[in-house]
Design a protein around this ligand. Structure first.
Ligand SMILES: [Zn+2]
Ligand SMILES: [Zn+2]
Length: 285
Protein backbone atom coordinates (compact mmCIF):
# COMPACT_ATOMS: atom_id res chain seq x y z
CA UNK A 1 0.00 0.00 0.00
CA UNK A 2 1.13 3.53 -0.63
CA UNK A 3 -0.44 6.95 -0.21
CA UNK A 4 0.00 10.42 -1.60
CA UNK A 5 -0.90 13.62 0.18
CA UNK A 6 -2.83 15.48 -2.54
CA UNK A 7 -3.34 18.54 -0.39
CA UNK A 8 -2.05 19.33 3.08
CA UNK A 9 -3.73 22.64 3.94
CA UNK A 10 -6.89 23.29 5.93
CA UNK A 11 -9.91 24.98 4.34
CA UNK A 12 -8.84 28.06 2.36
CA UNK A 13 -5.49 26.60 1.31
CA UNK A 14 -2.14 28.34 1.56
CA UNK A 15 -2.00 31.16 0.73
CA UNK A 16 -5.66 31.90 1.37
CA UNK A 17 -7.13 34.40 -1.10
CA UNK A 18 -8.42 36.83 1.54
CA UNK A 19 -5.68 36.44 4.15
CA UNK A 20 -2.64 38.58 4.85
CA UNK A 21 -1.47 36.79 8.00
CA UNK A 22 2.33 36.60 8.48
CA UNK A 23 2.56 33.23 6.68
CA UNK A 24 0.37 34.19 3.67
CA UNK A 25 2.16 37.54 3.31
CA UNK A 26 5.62 35.97 3.53
CA UNK A 27 4.72 33.32 0.95
CA UNK A 28 3.53 36.04 -1.46
CA UNK A 29 6.81 37.90 -0.93
CA UNK A 30 8.64 34.76 -2.04
CA UNK A 31 9.95 33.64 1.36
CA UNK A 32 11.64 30.32 0.56
CA UNK A 33 10.96 28.89 4.00
CA UNK A 34 7.30 28.50 3.06
CA UNK A 35 5.62 26.32 0.41
CA UNK A 36 2.14 26.79 -1.06
CA UNK A 37 -0.39 24.09 -0.23
CA UNK A 38 -3.75 23.01 -1.60
CA UNK A 39 -6.66 21.84 0.53
CA UNK A 40 -6.57 18.57 2.39
CA UNK A 41 -7.02 15.26 0.60
CA UNK A 42 -5.26 11.89 0.68
CA UNK A 43 -5.04 9.23 -2.07
CA UNK A 44 -4.42 5.64 -0.97
CA UNK A 45 -3.50 2.71 -3.22
CA UNK A 46 -3.24 -1.02 -2.59
CA UNK A 47 -2.98 -1.45 -6.38
CA UNK A 48 -1.93 1.22 -8.83
CA UNK A 49 -5.11 0.95 -10.90
CA UNK A 50 -7.48 1.61 -7.98
CA UNK A 51 -7.20 4.82 -6.00
CA UNK A 52 -9.22 5.54 -2.87
CA UNK A 53 -9.51 9.22 -1.97
CA UNK A 54 -10.04 10.39 1.58
CA UNK A 55 -11.99 13.62 1.11
CA UNK A 56 -12.31 15.58 -2.14
CA UNK A 57 -11.23 19.20 -1.88
CA UNK A 58 -12.14 22.13 -4.16
CA UNK A 59 -8.57 21.80 -5.54
CA UNK A 60 -9.15 18.24 -6.79
CA UNK A 61 -8.64 18.89 -10.54
CA UNK A 62 -5.25 20.51 -9.93
CA UNK A 63 -4.28 17.75 -7.53
CA UNK A 64 -5.10 15.04 -10.09
CA UNK A 65 -3.00 16.75 -12.77
CA UNK A 66 -0.08 16.98 -10.35
CA UNK A 67 -0.18 13.24 -9.58
CA UNK A 68 0.87 11.02 -12.49
CA UNK A 69 -0.72 8.01 -10.83
CA UNK A 70 -4.18 9.67 -10.87
CA UNK A 71 -4.23 10.58 -14.55
CA UNK A 72 -6.57 8.87 -17.04
CA UNK A 73 -5.12 5.90 -18.93
CA UNK A 74 -7.74 5.76 -21.70
CA UNK A 75 -9.86 8.28 -23.62
CA UNK A 76 -12.35 8.37 -20.76
CA UNK A 77 -10.97 6.86 -17.60
CA UNK A 78 -10.00 7.50 -14.01
CA UNK A 79 -8.16 5.28 -11.55
CA UNK A 80 -10.23 6.87 -8.75
CA UNK A 81 -12.61 4.11 -7.58
CA UNK A 82 -13.95 5.34 -4.27
CA UNK A 83 -14.08 8.43 -2.07
CA UNK A 84 -14.28 8.21 1.72
CA UNK A 85 -15.65 11.32 3.45
CA UNK A 86 -14.64 12.10 7.03
CA UNK A 87 -17.24 14.86 7.49
CA UNK A 88 -19.45 17.21 5.49
CA UNK A 89 -17.19 20.28 5.64
CA UNK A 90 -17.13 22.07 2.29
CA UNK A 91 -13.34 21.84 1.99
CA UNK A 92 -13.72 18.05 2.16
CA UNK A 93 -16.66 17.51 -0.19
CA UNK A 94 -16.76 20.25 -2.85
CA UNK A 95 -14.34 18.32 -5.07
CA UNK A 96 -17.06 15.78 -5.77
CA UNK A 97 -18.77 18.43 -7.94
CA UNK A 98 -15.64 18.80 -10.07
CA UNK A 99 -15.66 15.09 -10.89
CA UNK A 100 -19.14 15.11 -12.40
CA UNK A 101 -18.05 14.23 -15.97
CA UNK A 102 -17.29 10.68 -14.86
CA UNK A 103 -19.75 7.83 -14.36
CA UNK A 104 -21.12 7.82 -10.80
CA UNK A 105 -18.46 7.65 -8.12
CA UNK A 106 -18.61 5.32 -5.13
CA UNK A 107 -18.79 7.50 -2.05
CA UNK A 108 -18.46 6.08 1.45
CA UNK A 109 -19.89 8.20 4.24
CA UNK A 110 -21.74 7.81 7.50
CA UNK A 111 -25.49 8.28 7.35
CA UNK A 112 -25.29 11.69 8.99
CA UNK A 113 -22.56 13.04 6.69
CA UNK A 114 -24.64 11.92 3.75
CA UNK A 115 -27.96 13.37 4.88
CA UNK A 116 -26.59 16.52 6.50
CA UNK A 117 -24.86 17.98 3.50
CA UNK A 118 -24.70 15.77 0.49
CA UNK A 119 -28.19 15.02 -0.74
CA UNK A 120 -27.22 17.34 -3.60
CA UNK A 121 -25.01 14.66 -5.13
CA UNK A 122 -27.95 12.38 -5.98
CA UNK A 123 -27.49 10.70 -9.34
CA UNK A 124 -23.83 11.50 -9.40
CA UNK A 125 -22.81 9.07 -6.73
CA UNK A 126 -23.28 5.50 -5.62
CA UNK A 127 -23.63 5.93 -1.87
CA UNK A 128 -22.30 3.27 0.46
CA UNK A 129 -22.67 3.23 4.20
CA UNK A 130 -19.72 3.80 6.44
CA UNK A 131 -20.77 2.21 9.72
CA UNK A 132 -18.75 3.11 12.78
CA UNK A 133 -16.24 0.64 14.25
CA UNK A 134 -16.60 -1.95 11.51
CA UNK A 135 -14.22 -2.82 8.67
CA UNK A 136 -15.83 -2.10 5.29
CA UNK A 137 -14.23 -3.34 2.08
CA UNK A 138 -14.01 -0.59 -0.55
CA UNK A 139 -15.17 -1.18 -4.12
CA UNK A 140 -15.53 1.03 -7.19
CA UNK A 141 -18.98 2.05 -8.50
CA UNK A 142 -19.37 -1.20 -10.46
CA UNK A 143 -17.82 -3.40 -7.79
CA UNK A 144 -14.18 -3.03 -8.88
CA UNK A 145 -11.87 -4.19 -6.06
CA UNK A 146 -9.51 -1.74 -4.38
CA UNK A 147 -7.97 -4.23 -1.91
CA UNK A 148 -8.46 -1.64 0.81
CA UNK A 149 -10.82 -1.77 3.75
CA UNK A 150 -11.79 1.13 5.97
CA UNK A 151 -12.89 1.38 9.57
CA UNK A 152 -14.46 4.66 10.66
CA UNK A 153 -14.35 5.79 14.27
CA UNK A 154 -16.19 8.68 15.89
CA UNK A 155 -14.32 11.92 16.54
CA UNK A 156 -17.05 14.09 18.04
CA UNK A 157 -16.31 17.73 18.64
CA UNK A 158 -17.98 20.86 17.33
CA UNK A 159 -20.87 18.73 16.04
CA UNK A 160 -22.91 16.63 18.47
CA UNK A 161 -23.46 13.30 16.71
CA UNK A 162 -20.90 10.47 16.77
CA UNK A 163 -21.20 10.08 13.00
CA UNK A 164 -20.82 13.76 12.08
CA UNK A 165 -17.04 13.70 12.09
CA UNK A 166 -14.94 10.56 11.85
CA UNK A 167 -11.39 9.37 11.56
CA UNK A 168 -10.65 6.43 9.28
CA UNK A 169 -8.28 3.50 9.49
CA UNK A 170 -7.39 2.14 6.05
CA UNK A 171 -6.01 -1.39 5.86
CA UNK A 172 -4.26 -2.94 2.86
CA UNK A 173 -5.88 -6.28 1.94
CA UNK A 174 -2.55 -7.50 0.59
CA UNK A 175 0.00 -6.48 3.21
CA UNK A 176 -2.07 -5.64 6.28
CA UNK A 177 -0.40 -2.20 6.49
CA UNK A 178 -2.52 0.46 8.13
CA UNK A 179 -2.93 4.20 7.68
CA UNK A 180 -5.00 6.23 10.14
CA UNK A 181 -6.31 9.55 8.82
CA UNK A 182 -7.94 12.10 11.14
CA UNK A 183 -7.89 15.59 9.64
CA UNK A 184 -10.29 17.03 12.22
CA UNK A 185 -10.05 15.91 15.82
CA UNK A 186 -11.03 17.77 18.96
CA UNK A 187 -9.19 15.37 21.27
CA UNK A 188 -6.50 12.74 21.06
CA UNK A 189 -5.55 9.59 22.89
CA UNK A 190 -2.50 7.49 21.91
CA UNK A 191 -4.70 4.49 21.00
CA UNK A 192 -5.91 6.41 17.96
CA UNK A 193 -2.75 5.40 16.12
CA UNK A 194 -1.18 2.69 18.27
CA UNK A 195 -1.76 -0.05 15.71
CA UNK A 196 -1.08 2.15 12.66
CA UNK A 197 1.98 2.18 10.45
CA UNK A 198 1.25 5.81 9.62
CA UNK A 199 -0.88 8.32 11.52
CA UNK A 200 -2.01 11.46 9.67
CA UNK A 201 -3.44 13.78 12.27
CA UNK A 202 -5.15 17.19 12.56
CA UNK A 203 -2.42 19.84 12.32
CA UNK A 204 -4.78 22.75 11.68
CA UNK A 205 -3.66 25.11 14.45
CA UNK A 206 -0.60 25.45 16.64
CA UNK A 207 -2.37 27.27 19.47
CA UNK A 208 -5.94 27.59 20.60
CA UNK A 209 -6.10 31.40 20.16
CA UNK A 210 -4.11 31.56 16.91
CA UNK A 211 -6.82 33.15 14.75
CA UNK A 212 -7.77 35.65 17.42
CA UNK A 213 -4.19 36.70 18.15
CA UNK A 214 -3.40 37.21 14.47
CA UNK A 215 -6.59 39.20 13.88
CA UNK A 216 -7.87 36.54 11.49
CA UNK A 217 -11.07 35.64 13.30
CA UNK A 218 -12.88 35.35 16.60
CA UNK A 219 -13.13 31.57 16.94
CA UNK A 220 -10.63 29.47 18.86
CA UNK A 221 -9.23 26.22 17.53
CA UNK A 222 -11.45 24.32 19.94
CA UNK A 223 -14.53 26.32 18.85
CA UNK A 224 -13.84 24.99 15.37
CA UNK A 225 -13.44 21.39 16.54
CA UNK A 226 -9.64 21.28 16.23
CA UNK A 227 -7.21 20.26 18.93
CA UNK A 228 -4.16 22.56 18.69
CA UNK A 229 -0.70 20.99 18.27
CA UNK A 230 1.21 22.95 20.91
CA UNK A 231 0.89 23.41 24.63
CA UNK A 232 0.48 21.03 27.53
CA UNK A 233 -2.98 19.95 26.34
CA UNK A 234 -2.04 19.89 22.65
CA UNK A 235 -1.81 16.86 20.37
CA UNK A 236 1.99 16.80 20.42
CA UNK A 237 1.88 16.17 24.18
CA UNK A 238 -1.20 13.94 24.15
CA UNK A 239 0.17 11.70 21.38
CA UNK A 240 3.76 11.55 22.63
CA UNK A 241 3.43 7.87 23.57
CA UNK A 242 1.43 6.86 20.49
CA UNK A 243 3.15 3.87 18.90
CA UNK A 244 2.40 4.67 15.24
CA UNK A 245 5.59 4.06 13.25
CA UNK A 246 5.28 7.38 11.46
CA UNK A 247 3.36 10.47 12.56
CA UNK A 248 2.44 13.28 10.18
CA UNK A 249 0.49 16.49 10.72
CA UNK A 250 -1.81 17.44 7.85
CA UNK A 251 -4.78 19.78 7.24
CA UNK A 252 -2.51 22.65 8.33
CA UNK A 253 -4.08 26.09 8.43
CA UNK A 254 -2.26 28.94 6.69
CA UNK A 255 -1.85 30.77 10.02
CA UNK A 256 0.04 27.89 11.66
CA UNK A 257 3.71 28.79 12.39
CA UNK A 258 4.64 25.13 11.89
CA UNK A 259 4.46 25.81 8.13
CA UNK A 260 7.65 27.88 8.22
CA UNK A 261 10.85 25.83 7.97
CA UNK A 262 13.05 26.26 11.01
CA UNK A 263 10.46 28.10 13.03
CA UNK A 264 10.57 27.21 16.72
CA UNK A 265 7.32 25.30 16.27
CA UNK A 266 8.49 23.32 13.22
CA UNK A 267 11.66 22.32 15.06
CA UNK A 268 9.66 21.26 18.13
CA UNK A 269 7.42 19.04 16.01
CA UNK A 270 10.38 17.50 14.22
CA UNK A 271 12.24 16.82 17.46
CA UNK A 272 9.17 14.98 18.72
CA UNK A 273 9.39 12.69 15.69
CA UNK A 274 6.59 14.18 13.62
CA UNK A 275 6.59 15.41 10.02
CA UNK A 276 4.46 18.18 8.56
CA UNK A 277 2.78 17.06 5.32
CA UNK A 278 3.45 18.84 2.07
CA UNK A 279 1.47 18.51 -1.14
CA UNK A 280 2.73 15.55 -3.14
CA UNK A 281 4.27 13.77 -0.15
CA UNK A 282 4.52 10.05 -0.97
CA UNK A 283 3.98 7.72 1.96
CA UNK A 284 5.13 4.10 2.05
CA UNK A 285 3.79 2.57 5.27
ZN1 LIG B 1 -11.19 20.68 6.63
ZN1 LIG C 1 -3.05 33.46 6.07
Amino acid sequence: MHARVLGSAAGGGFPQWNCACPNCSALRRGDRRLAARTQDSLAVFARDDAAVLCNASPDIARQIEAATVLRPRARRHTPIHAIVLTNGDLDHVLGVFSLREAPPLAIYATASVKTASLARFTGQAVWRDLALDRDVELFGPAGEPTDISVRAFALPGRTPGPEDNVGVRLTCGRTGKRIVYAPRASYATPEIGDDADVLLFDGTFWSNDELVRLGCGTATARDLGHLPIGGREGSLALLATCRARRKIYTHVNNTNPVLRYESREQIEVERAGWDVAEDGLEILP
